[in-house]
Design a protein around this ligand. Structure first.
Ligand code: NDP
Ligand code: 2IT
Length: 444
């Protein structure tokens, strides 16, 4: 058995009931196998992969809070501090009823390699809770965030662990979390990113993941003699990543025609109306059905099905495993040329393989959506020097980072005779930097 297969089997057995974590472990480790084999003896002796696949620390805690009716609610919180070889743990917080330890570990593991690809000094971590912000009043969200931070504060710090947003955690939640951190610790420091612009947030962080996704996708297209111009784009999600992906896609000449939420999806034959989408999702916290009710060119469909729409480029920007093998077949039948992942692990492994086997250009999440965490790292830099950079300065740096990530993926894939396999390229390039730092720092 190869070292990689041994480690996958061992870690899977030791961590039962965590299918998303097993999935990413399998995806990442199998695709870096050729690179591991080059140093297999030393890596095996040093337990490198076992150390990589075991979080340095995982914290699970109780979050009691009082709802508007005076009823006590108890949720569960997590922070998985996966790997600090490259810098302080860095990664978002997800508030969603589906959250459990296995999901946070999958996200934390992915984050290690993503953060490595940015070239910036950030390790990998992730956290969150099974709390559902949907349908809660602002005051309930505030009380929950305060209780969450009343435990989390003792594990984080500007030089130790710097959380940010993810599903269900946006500017409102980060504000409440920051206020409580400051109140408890007396420290006005860059302990969270995605902060409001009046208290240390970076310009362009809100836009960064969606914009970065389009910059990266554009690099893939350019390298393959294609452009964004005039392309119909199928987008899933209607949250932070999807909205700014749609915005940048339009700026680059593309035509986004769909958006989704967890209840249904919209096909808009005239292209998504960005201002209407922002108003409904960012201000009113409404549903895609509200969008369709306001637009005569939009059709609303209940449930799943967005990948059956005919388009040239698909950008899954909602959640994990939302694009399955049947969806991949529908996309290929409809002539899609590129799928690029805004969400984390949105495409199942068999769907990814099917797309690549059918010559669809594929932008893997840990490269394609790294723009968010990259600008988070730029927010940390600005907080450290107590200065603010302009929107253009941050955006220019973001563009260069995404270009550089594409170059890394491309050259690593070529080095291992797998040209255009950006999945393998991203995993290997991300792995090599972390592995080198871990080896240099001894057995810790
Ligand atoms: P938001 O909470 O802003 O938006 C999430 C969107 O996805 C909403 O439209 C939501 O619909 C939909 N969604 C969430 N869960 C499900 C589900 N189980 N089934 C169907 N639809 C679902 O989150 P973000 O936009 O920030 O995150 C989207 C994805 O991008 C996630 O995978 C996240 O990990 C990833 N990501 C986010 C980054 C960031 O900077 N925010 C950075 C890199 C990756 P509804 O409102 O109905 O729940
Ligand atoms: O998945 C991700 O990269 C994020 N949710 C953003 C993390 C961050 O620290 O900005």
């Amino acid at each position: 058995m190869s070292y990689v297969d041994e480690v996958i089997a061992k870690i899977t057995k030791e961590n039962p009931g965590e299918p998303e974590f097993h999935q990413t472990l399998n995806e990442v480790l199998k695709s870096i196998e050729v690179a591991v084999e080059e140093n297999e003896d030393i890596y095996r002796q040093d337990g490198l992969l076992e150390r990589l696949a075991n979080p340095e620390r995982q914290i699970k805690f109780r979050i009691p809070w009082v709802d508007d009716e005076g009823q006590v609610q108890v949720n569960t919180g997590y922070r998985v501090q996966f790997n600090s070889a490259l810098g302080p743990y860095k990664g978002g917080l997800r508030f969603h009823p589906s959250v459990n330890l296995g999901i946070i570990k999958f996200l934390g593991f992915e984050q290690i390699f993503k953060n490595s690809l940015t070239g910036l000094p950030i390790g990998g971590g992730k956290g969150g809770s099974d709390f559902d912000p949907k349908g809660k009043s602002d005051r309930e969200v505030m009380k929950f965030c305060q209780s969450f931070m009343s435990e989390l504060y003792r594990h984080i710090g500007a030089d130790q662990d710097v959380p940010a947003g993810d599903i269900g955690v946006g500017g409102r939640e980060i504000g409440y979390l920051y206020g409580q951190y400051k109140r408890i610790t007396k420290n006005y420091e860059g302990v969270l990113t995605g902060k409001g612009l009046t208290f240390g947030g970076s310009l362009a962080r809100t836009e960064a993941t969606g914009y970065g996704l389009l910059y990266f996708t554009n690099e893939i297209l350019k390298a393959n003699n294609e452009t964004m111009e005039g392309k119909d784009i199928i987008v899933s999600g209607s949250g932070n990543v999807a909205i700014y992906a749609i915005e940048k896609a339009k700026q680059l000449g593309g035509n986004p025609i769909t958006a989704t939420d967890s209840t249904g999806w919209v096909y808009d034959s005239e292209g998504i109306d960005l201002e209407l989408l922002k108003e409904i999702k960012e201000i009113k916290r409404g549903r895609m059905s509200d969008y369709a009710a306001e637009r005569s060119s939009a059709e609303y469909h209940e449930g799943k099905g967005v990948w059956s729409v005919k388009g040239d480029i698909a950008l899954p920007c909602a959640t994990q495993n939302e694009l399955t093998i049947d969806d991949a077949k529908a996309l290929v039948d409809n002539g899609v040329i590129c799928v690029s992942e805004g969400a984390n692990m949105p495409t199942t492994l068999d769907a990814t393989d099917y797309l690549m086997d059918n010559d669809v250009l594929f932008g893997p999440a840990k490269a394609a959506n790294a723009g968010g965490v990259a600008v988070s790292a730029l927010e940390m830099s600005q907080n450290s020097e107590r200065l603010h950079w302009t929107f253009d300065e941050v955006d220019n740096r973001l563009q260069n980072i995404m270009k550089d990530i594409f170059i890394q993926c491309n050259s690593a894939s070529k080095r291992f005779d797998a040209e255009k396999n950006y999945v393998m390229g991203a995993n290997i390039a991300g792995f090599e930097r972390v592995a080198e730092a871990m080896q240099a720092q001894g057995i810790v």
